[in-house]
Design a protein around this ligand. Structure first.
Ligand code: UN1
Length: 499
């Protein structure tokens, strides 16, 4: 253990040990013998210090002109671009997804930083004529104060950047609690922010568990917004913690996303899409394609092709350039995958391929599972209703587009959906009638870009969106301003001007 690197919290511009004097290890899910570092297992006292530092820094940061704040964010993007390859390799070692995807993760953080840097010179409000003479009206965005960010392990740099960059450009300060499985990528991101010139106290990083760090963070009255991405179970707890004093909550939670394959679809393309959507990131995206609803007229052909391709996927350590799918993130996640495979079999779904943990040879020290496809799945089965967050896809037969849409809409979630079709009518009908936050035509359910709103309906979210200009609505509040230069008391709605 002596040569294992020790990483620290970042509070008030300094890298410090946790007051708890406790640490935890960060291990490679592809080979758990590899320890990537030792991180601070922080406690409530650390959270309080971080919040205090963010509160103090807010006094000055909110008054820094937004275009100047944005210049720092622009530099974050530039530095990230330089360090992309190195960070990507560390991220693959830390959480298992293949190198192409971790490069994409960092690229998404770069994109978001450039995009939000542009908002430094926008953050547009409205001006509108007054009903009274010699009176001017406008609306402006104002920051809220200290924002808490509780982020997941599946996009260790992209998702924190979706929250950090809009929060910073709007003039807020931040306490950032990354997932326990990916603290290294969080440290890398915060170091870059520091190097880019984010002033001390504006970003504070506190690593540790949900109960040790997340709970006190979301309960603090000094935290004005909690932005959380993770499970619906934890999201509900965040919502409840903030409800009594109406502190703002932004939630991004589960999904049970479906690709619909119409009878006139390009099947090769649909198979490619289902493969990438279902098994990309080992199925560990909230936008992952976990259901494929296929018109019975093309079901046999689609399923055959899909299963053949899934069987041929190369599984292994994501640093190997030939590998197409990495491990699950940890033992608990792998257990969940195996539990659902069992449930699927018990429910009477047809196991078409996969279904087993991989334990031999190169797989013995990692959390690997075969890409798994169930056929003949009933839309009401648990495997077709509950989020699995692993490499398990359910193929659900249907008779018509109307039925496909009904099945697609028939879960508690509403993040992403897609249709493969060559018919404009079917594409537009599905686009209109699916109740999700994201929709794709002839593409899988994953692959959102940073400048459109990201989020979902129903129990996927609470009505907010991140990314795009929608993110500004989470991290700022409108102020309506009226300026009366008539030098007399004018009463809105009461003084009627006749000529
Ligand atoms: C997630 O699904 O957990 O849209 C985030 C995508 C990525 C982000 C996904 N840009 O697939």
């Amino acid at each position: 253990m002596t040569d294992t690197r020790v990483f620290h919290n970042f509070i008030n511009g300094e890298w410090v040990e946790a007051k708890s004097n406790k640490t935890f290890e960060n291990r490679n899910p592809a080979d758990t013998r590899e320890v990537l570092g030792v991180f601070q297992k922080s406690c409530e006292e650390d959270v309080k210090l971080a919040i205090g530092s963010a509160k103090e820094a807010y006094k000055k940061w909110r008054l820094v002109p937004a275009p100047k704040r944005a210049e720092i964010i622009f530099r974050v993007a530039e530095i990230l671009a330089k360090k992309k390859e190195n960070f990507a390799r560390q991220m693959t070692a830390e959480m298992g997804k293949i190198l192409k995807e971790t490069r994409g993760d960092i690229q998404e953080a770069i994109d978001m930083s450039y995009y939000m840097a542009g908002e430094g010179r926008r953050q547009f409000g409205q001006t509108t004529p007054s009903e009274l003479p010699d009176k001017f009206m406008m609306s402006v965005r104002q920051p809220l104060g200290v924002c808490a960010m509780i982020t997941p392990w599946n996009f260790p740099m992209a998702i924190p950047s979706w929250k950090l960059m809009p929060a910073l450009v709007c003039g807020n300060t931040v306490v950032f609690k990354p997932a326990t499985d990916t603290p290294l990528s969080a440290v890398n991101l915060v170091r870059v922010c520091d190097e880019a010139g984010v002033p001390e106290g504006v970003i504070n990083l506190v690593t540790g568990s949900g109960s040790g760090v997340g709970e006190p963070l979301m309960r603090s009255e000094d935290v004005k917004v909690v932005s959380f991405t993770g499970s619906t179970f934890v999201g509900r707890k965040v919502s409840q913690a903030c409800a009594p004093d109406f502190r703002h909550v932004h939630l991004e939670m589960g999904g049970k996303n479906a690709i619909m394959v119409a009878d006139d679809a390009n099947l090769e393309l649909a198979v490619e899409g289902a493969l990438w959507g279902g098994f990309g990131t080992t199925g560990q995206r909230c936008t992952a394609t976990s259901r494929v609803i296929v018109d019975k007229k093309v079901l046999k052909e689609f399923t055959q092709k899909f299963v053949n391709r899934a069987k041929a996927l190369k599984i292994g350590n994501g640093l190997d350039p030939d590998v197409e799918m990495g491990p699950s993130i940890n033992e608990a996640q792998l257990d969940t995958v195996m539990k659902y495979v069992k449930i699927g079999i018990e429910e009477g779904a047809e196991l078409l391929c996969g279904g087993k943990r991989l334990t031999s040879g190169p797989y013995q020290f990692g959390f690997f599972h075969e890409p798994t496809i169930f056929g003949n799945v009933d839309p009401q089965m648990r495997i077709a209703q509950e989020e699995i967050f692993g490499p398990v896809v359910s193929v659900i037969p249907c008779d018509s587009l109307e039925q496909a849409i009904e099945i697609c809409n028939g879960t508690i979630y509403g993040l992403s959906a897609s249709i493969y079709t060559s018919s404009v009518k079917k594409a537009f009908t599905a686009m209109r009638d699916t109740y999700t936050g994201i929709f794709y035509v002839n593409a899988p359910t994953i692959g959102a870009e940073v400048h459109l709103p990201f989020g979902g309906t129903n129990q996927t979210g609470n009505g907010h969106r991140e990314a795009g200009i929608a993110a500004l609505d989470v991290f700022s509040e409108w102020k309506a301003i009226y300026i009366d230069f008539s030098e007399k008391l004018q009463k809105a709605q009461i003084d009627q001007i006749l000529e």
